[in-house]
Design a protein around this ligand. Structure first.
Ligand SMILES: Cc1cc2nc3c(=O)[nH]c(=O)nc-3n(C[C@H](O)[C@H](O)[C@H](O)COP(=O)(O)OP(=O)(O)OC[C@H]3O[C@@H](n4cnc5c(N)ncnc54)[C@H](O)[C@@H]3O)c2cc1C
Length: 431
């Protein structure tokens, strides 16, 4: 006879832990089953958590002792062509103001901290256990089969990440579509804190985020990122899986990563550092167009398992969606428990609360982002045009120089004065 609890959460990442935290707080008996050695051991992120969207879901003092790396007070966006680069740098009082709007994190530390909070609230986290199957009563999910045991429950929260076998087993989505997914590779490169602060021009304890866009992905949708941690930087590349599959000549993401590291704009930033961690992971980027069914009888999906990821071109988001959707899943289960009704209809308040929150609203706003970005011109022609304008403006050659305005107009027309560019600009205005 299997044991019975109120809720089984599959996956002890941010979505699962957020759900478990609020379930336990509501006195709902909750077990988190995590296949990794501990929460954070298998989790990959670029590294920047936008805290403002999730603050309203958590108690005001919740984050006071969180193991954040550095608050991001400086944004850099580098447009790279094959032989040149233009970087826009932005910093402001608003970015520096308390409470800080975003922090860099390392998941091995961050998820463990959250897991401790969940345990303190009274939920159990069973690590080194993989859920292999769901248990059904008719069409209703009533439990899970894990490595060591079978567990029955009223509700399963599937927070098992982007590849969610649970969502597929429960027929809440079909096989993953490569068009809607990207591959991320990342290295954590250790450097002394002072070196990081000097190289990125930030004060002690403060941090920067830099994104790289253009020729580094060889015409494929994607880009590079660099986030400063306390004593390391997280450097990585994200590339659309479908684009990678069809790229000629064939190229693998780790090769692109090596090319990024060798770029003259990047190499000095990581010079002398030692790579202490290498990871690769899939990212959901389909937004509202690729969402699975979010609730079923006795089951709901949260975080990456629900497809809640967003590539906004100038940033990748998913951790804030994971935390918020986990919190909303817990609320929906609390309501369902009060009615003792765990049917899909009863749990569907979850969908409504997601629609009322930034999760669905941001996914909806940026629903066209992938169409705009999935365009080789964005990564080849336009970066060449942008860097070309600056090159001509700054370059003093052996011939008399033309007026700056004439130079700028000539170069801009060369890169953007055609029908494709007008069409692409109109597309950009939709996001
Ligand atoms: C390279 C890269 C860069 C990114 N950059 C950012 C960024 O800067 N900012 C941002 O907000 N987001 C970013 N994201 C997205 C973000 O990391 C994810 O959206 C977030 O980690 C999702 O959290 P989650 O809890 O839903 O899933 P996960 O963190 O993937 O957690 C799922 C958990 O489920 C466990 N699990 C899986 N299967 C089973 C099973 N069968 N049984 C038991 N346990 C199981 C896993 O071990 C894991 O712990 C990035 C992602 C990548 C890959």
């Amino acid at each position: 006879m299997a044991d019975k609890v109120d809720v089984v959460v599959i996956g002890g990442g941010l979505a699962g832990l957020a759900a478990a935290y609020f379930l336990a707080e509501a006195g709902i008996e909750t077990i988190v089953v995590e296949r990794g050695d501990y929460s954070g051991s298998k989790n990959v992120t670029g590294g920047r958590l936008y805290l403002n969207p999730v603050r309203p879901f958590f108690p005001a003092d919740f984050w006071n002792d969180a193991p954040f790396e550095r608050p991001v007070v400086k944004e850099k966006l580098s447009v790279l062509s094959v032989r040149a680069a233009t970087t826009v740098e932005f910093s402001s009082e608003k970015l520096r103001a308390e409470p800080r709007s975003s922090y860099t994190v390392l998941r091995a530390k961050f998820d463990q901290w959250l897991a401790d909070k969940v345990s303190e609230k009274g939920a159990f986290i069973i690590a080194k256990n993989k859920v292999d199957d769901l248990i059904y009563d008719g069409a209703r999910v009533v439990g899970v089969k894990a490595t060591d045991s079978e567990l029955l429950c009223d509700v399963v929260v599937a927070a098992d990440g982007v590849l969610s076998f649970t969502a597929e087993k429960a027929k809440m989505r079909g096989a993953l579509n490569p068009h809607y997914h990207a591959l991320g590779v990342k290295e954590i490169i250790e450097l002394p804190a002072k070196t990081i602060e000097d190289r990125f021009g930030v004060a002690a304890g403060e941090g920067a985020a830099q994104l790289f866009f253009g020729s580094i992905t060889q015409g494929m949708v994607g880009g590079g990122f660099l986030y400063t941690n306390r004593e390391s930087v997280s450097l990585g590349m994200v590339v659309g899986i479908e684009a990678l599959m069809h790229h000629e000549p064939r190229i693998e993401a780790p090769e692109l990563m090596e090319m990024l590291k060798a770029r003259p704009e990047v190499a000095p930033l990581i010079d002398g550092g030692s790579t202490v961690e290498y990871s690769a992971h899939v990212i959901p980027e389909g937004g509202v167009r690729a969402l699975p069914k979010l609730v079923g009888d006795g089951i709901l999906l949260a975080g990456d398992a629900a497809g809640f990821g967003l590539n906004m071109g100038i940033t990748v988001r998913g951790m804030d969606f994971a935390l918020a959707s986990g919190a909303l899943a817990a609320r929906a289960i609390k309501d369902a428990k009060a009615k003792n009704d765990f049917s899909a209809l009863s749990l569907s308040v979850y969908e409504q609360s997601l629609r009322d929150s930034f999760v669905m609203q941001d996914l909806q706003t940026f629903r066209g982002m992938l169409d705009v970005l999935d365009n080789p011109r964005m990564f080849t022609k336009y970066p060449e045009a942008i860097t070309g304008i600056f090159e001509q403006m700054f370059w003093i050659g052996d011939q008399p120089k033309q007026k700056l305005s004439a130079t700028a107009i000539r170069e801009a027309l060369k890169g953007f004065g055609n029908l494709d560019a007008v069409r692409d600009a109109l597309g950009l205005m939709k996001v």
